[in-house]
Design a protein around this ligand. Structure first.
Ligand SMILES: Cc1cc2nc3c(=O)[nH]c(=O)nc-3n(C[C@H](O)[C@H](O)[C@H](O)COP(=O)(O)OP(=O)(O)OC[C@H]3O[C@@H](n4cnc5c(N)ncnc54)[C@H](O)[C@@H]3O)c2cc1C
Length: 378
């Protein structure tokens, strides 16, 4: 891996998370995949690193990592287990709206549980509003000093475990996307419940659920920004999130590459290690090359964001490239390993299942193409 451009602090963070993954994630990831859960002890260990919410600002006691450092953390977590990376990443995803437009009071409210080791969740998707976020049908109606929320959210990461939620709801359905607003809703509010728990093919360590809101009353000051700013906040959140998903993809692909290298050095074919077959060695070379290309896209996107430059198109390109790349590398790794790669004895089987989600969540890769082509053809 080319580390030449990282600062001493970024290398320190990378090493810290790499050690964490080696000790606390990699040995247990298969078990968490099987049970569909991350034990509390592992969540606590992650909290104790001080990295439970990477983007939490210093003013509330958070680590306030720069974007490049955050992508480095997500690459390392993705290397260990994409399900765990998805679960731990949820705290960043749900924090961007608050970082972008939250008042000091809202920041205290939102970040306090996250810094204590509770999960947060970001809830935009609904049964009839996936790629078409403007179709959000959850409503938030002002009633005196409160808003009353009604609707159903689905496929919400860590939704069954989270203590605090960012809910995107419509305050004016006649205005479509311009009528959406963002709200902080805490677990335990009357009328707020967890519905269906998804049984997924991959990233099984993460929790994915339906959320049901029936006349949920929240104080009006829980609205982030102004009425009608929800779509803008959600889209900016997804721009950041896409860099993090791409970083996880790079980590997962790197894990598949490492498994492949280990395998081809040991597996004997015609009396020689498989690695001595040029077709196999070239495949390894190609895998390493696209992984490095993906990493450079991620780092460049992070640098653009840290420099407050526009990076929406770049984030979409990065997610598109890295998530397809991870799937292809996982497939190549499985091909190299033959039957063994297809069994649960190999770690590559899990990486292949886990990687499949990357081109779907936080905007499908068709939606990334919509963003990229839209910016080029306008
Ligand atoms: C494991 C998991 C975790 C998730 N976590 C969260 C979360 O934490 N919070 C949250 O809010 N959501 C979450 N999601 C939801 C996820 O973001 C959506 O599933 C995703 O945005 C796609 O929406 P959809 O599933 O409704 O697909 P659809 O929008 O129905 O798309 C179906 C197909 O049509 C294509 N398509 C749709 N519209 C267009 C278009 N305009 N142009 C070209 N092609 C198009 C899509 O690319 C796709 O191939 C999660 C989903 C999963 C599976």
């Amino acid at each position: 891996m080319l580390n030449g451009m990282l600062s001493p602090n970024q290398i320190k963070v990378q090493q810290k998370v790499r050690n964490f993954v080696k000790e606390h994630i990699k040995p247990y990831a298969r078990e968490w995949d099987a049970i569909g859960d991350i034990p509390d002890s592992a969540v606590k260990a992650w909290r104790d690193t001080g990295l439970f919410c990477l983007v939490a600002p210093k003013e509330v006691g958070g680590p306030e990592l720069d974007t490049l450092s955050a992508t480095i953390v997500l690459e390392e977590l993705g290397y260990g287990c994409l399900g765990t990376a998805t679960a731990f990443g949820a705290n960043n995803l749900c924090s961007y709206p608050v970082l972008l437009a939250g008042t000091p009071e809202q920041k205290q409210k939102h970040f306090a549980p996250l810094l204590e080791g509770e999960f947060g969740a970001f809830a935009l998707t609904e049964p009839c509003a996936g790629s078409d976020a403007g179709a959000v049908a959850t409503t938030a109606v002002r009633d005196g000093a409160e808003y009353v929320l009604n609707g159903t959210k689905c496929y919400i990461t860590e939704g069954g475990l989270a203590a605090t939620f960012i809910i995107i709801a419509s305050t004016d359905r006649s205005k479509g996307t311009k009528g959406l607003s963002a709200f902080i809703v805490e677990r335990g509010r009357s009328g707020f419940s967890v519905g269906k728990v998804e049984d997924k093919m991959g990233i099984r360590a993460s929790n994915t659920v339906e959320l049901v809101l029936k006349n949920v009353r929240i104080p009006a000051w829980h609205m982030i920004g102004k009425e009608g700013e929800g779509m803008k906040l959600a889209m900016s959140t997804l721009d950041s999130g896409r860099l993090m998903v791409a970083a996880q993809a790079v980590g997962a692909a790197r894990a598949a590459l490492d498994e492949s290298i280990e395998f081809v050095k040991k597996r004997i074919d015609n009396g020689k290690p498989l690695a001595s077959q040029q077709s196999v060695a070239f495949k390894i070379a190609d895998m390493a090359t696209v992984i490095e290309a993906g990493r450079q896209l991620v780092h460049q996107g992070a640098r653009l964001k840290d420099a407050h430059q526009p990076y929406s198109k770049h984030a979409a390109m990065t997610k598109l490239f890295c998530t397809d790349m991870a799937m292809q590398v996982a497939r190549d790794a499985m091909d190299i390993m033959g039957a063994y790669g297809y069994t649960k004895d190999s770690y590559v089987e899990k990486i292949w299942r886990d990687s499949r989600i990357l081109s779907i969540y936080e905007g499908t890769n068709e939606i990334q193409r919509v963003v990229i082509s839209g910016s080029l053809l306008r």
